[in-house]
Design a protein around this ligand. Structure first.
Ligand SMILES: N[C@@H](CCC(=O)N[C@@H](CS)C(=O)NCC(=O)O)C(=O)O
Length: 197
């Protein structure tokens, strides 16, 4: 199997952490950009990465939550198969992805010429980032202190927020979350996938 990715993508990083944590046999290939087509890699008509190419015809997988669920299913699944724990894990994964999405969208708002900036939407994104980090600080006692289907997403989102939305110092807003996040940063899967330093 081949995971088409970009080292800076928080969505791809979740998959890369999962691959390492479970010791899965997946080759990681950095995808080239192809202008209006997005990323020309794998078989994703949306032109987005990550995309997982599997050894069957016409069954590449995208997007990252689906890839993560598939990879997770291959070895001692983290995602509970039934019950409330399953919905909690999906929810944690989703809030992390939502934070990454908002940081990503903000980035594409501010990366263009300043005359084209839309202040109200930048404020909307900044408020969503701040509110989400505060929310995560409030619920951090319910989050596992180990890699899980949910925590991969939140950790990747917080690091991406540092990288692309550093004007919001989430560590000041969220001291309990800061401590929780620190618990992951010495793990080999975190270190070997961290492209932001
Ligand atoms: N919902 C998708 C989002 C993936 C995504 O937005 N990837 C970005 C890189 S971080 C991308 O491929 N952007 C290229 C483009 O849209 O042209 C997922 O979770 O996989």
């Amino acid at each position: 199997m081949i995971l088409h990715h970009s080292p800076l993508s928080p969505f791809a990083r979740k998959c890369r952490i999962l691959i390492r944590a479970k010791g899965l046999d997946v080759k990681e290939v950095e995808a080239p950009k192809a202008g209006a087509n997005g990323y020309a890699a794998g078989d994703n008509p949306l032109g987005k990465i990550p995309c997982l190419e599997r050894p069957y015809p016409d069954v590449s997988l995208y997007d990252s939550p689906l890839i993560c669920e598939y990879l997770d299913s291959l070895k001692e699944p983290w995602l509970p198969s039934t019950g409330e724990g399953r919905w909690k894990a999906y929810r944690a994964h989703r809030i992390g992805d939502g934070l990454s999405e908002v940081v990503y969208n903000r980035r594409y708002e501010v990366v263009r010429d300043e005359s084209l900036h839309w202040p109200a939407i930048i404020e909307r994104h900044d408020t969503a980032i701040t509110n989400t980090v505060k929310y995560l600080d409030d619920i951090v006692q319910y989050l596992p202190n180990v890699w899980s289907f949910g925590t991969i997403s939140i950790i990747c989102a917080l690091d991406y927020a540092d990288f692309r939305a550093g004007h919001i110092d989430w560590r000041v807003i969220a001291p309990k979350l800061t401590k929780w996040h620190e618990g992951f940063t010495a793990l080999p899967e975190w270190v070997s996938t961290n492209a932001y330093d």
